[in-house]
Design a protein around this ligand. Structure first.
Ligand SMILES: Nc1ncnc2c1ncn2[C@@H]1O[C@H](COP(=O)(O)OP(=O)(O)OP(=O)(O)O)[C@@H](O)[C@H]1O
Length: 227
């Protein structure tokens, strides 16, 4: 059976480093699962997400051994634009991800790069704004939103490329309680739509959205049994 994410014996080091950060990661994520990764700071959680979405090695360099497959295809063999149609990543700091004058423009940016036709982009903007419950802010400047709302725009911008795998790298870390609730609800709905989600979390209070939790330790994924 082919799964959205299949990683076998993944080893990785940054070019500037002499030792491997990832030392034999094995991971299968089935469709529709919300998997959360925990681990001490610097253990390589973000690095792993960046490898799954092709940022490494397409944008940041490093030495990769082993297999990383998205729906059965080796991610290193896919072009970056083809990867963005399959997997979307959202980061911790919403301000670092938003740069357009309106939310509509922000969401259109990805699909425009994929050369999707204008009417279809308009339909996608409407659809993803409904998904994150921000329809009324379509023409607003992202700077006028709260941290939680900005994060929802970043999620919407990724959803507009219609990936079925989503990677969330500590997206709740800079969001207040109200914002967290809203984002968690969106994550639940995305799971119900069959999206596959891998999130990295520091705050144990955010593990409630996970179907499964794994801990990254000593370069490998281990069963999580609490701290
Ligand atoms: N571009 C890079 N070049 C060299 N080393 C890097 C690079 N990016 C990260 N590292 C190093 O790789 C290690 C793993 O970093 P990574 O950000 O993946 O860990 P993390 O578990 O996500 O940490 P945190 O929870 O603090 O975000 C760290 O020691 C970090 O300093």
């Amino acid at each position: 059976m082919i799964h959205p994410i299949e990683i076998k014996d993944l080893k990785f080091r940054y070019k500037s480093s002499s030792s491997n950060i990832l030392q034999g990661v094995d991971l299968t994520v089935p469709k529709g699962e919300v998997l959360t990764l925990v681990g001490l700071s610097g253990n390589g959680k973000s690095t792993l997400l960046n490898i799954i979405c092709g940022i490494i090695p397409h944008i940041r360099q490093g030495v990769i051994e082993g297999q990383v497959k998205l729906w059965g295809e080796e991610v290193r063999c896919l072009k970056i634009l083809d990867i963005t149609k399959r997997v979307g990543i959202v980061f911790q700091d919403p301000d670092s991800q938003l740069f357009s004058p309106t939310i509509e423009d922000e969401i259109a940016f990805g699909p425009e790069n994929l050369r999707i036709e204008k009417d279809e982009i308009g339909r996608r903007i409407t659809k993803v704004l409904q998904m994150v419950n921000l329809e009324e802010y379509r023409y607003e400047n992202p700077n006028n939103l709260s941290g939680g709302q900005k994060q929802l725009v970043a999620i919407a911008a990724v959803l507009a490329m219609e990936p079925d795998i989503l990677l969330f790298d500590e997206i709740l870390a800079q969001v207040d309680i109200e914002g967290r609730k809203k984002i968690k609800n969106v994550i639940k709905n995305l799971k119900n739509q069959g999206k596959t989600i891998v999130s990295v979390e520091h705050d144990l209070e955010n593990l409630d959205i996970a179907d499964r939790v794994l801990k990254l330790e000593n370069g490998k994924l281990q069963e999580y049994k609490g701290w």
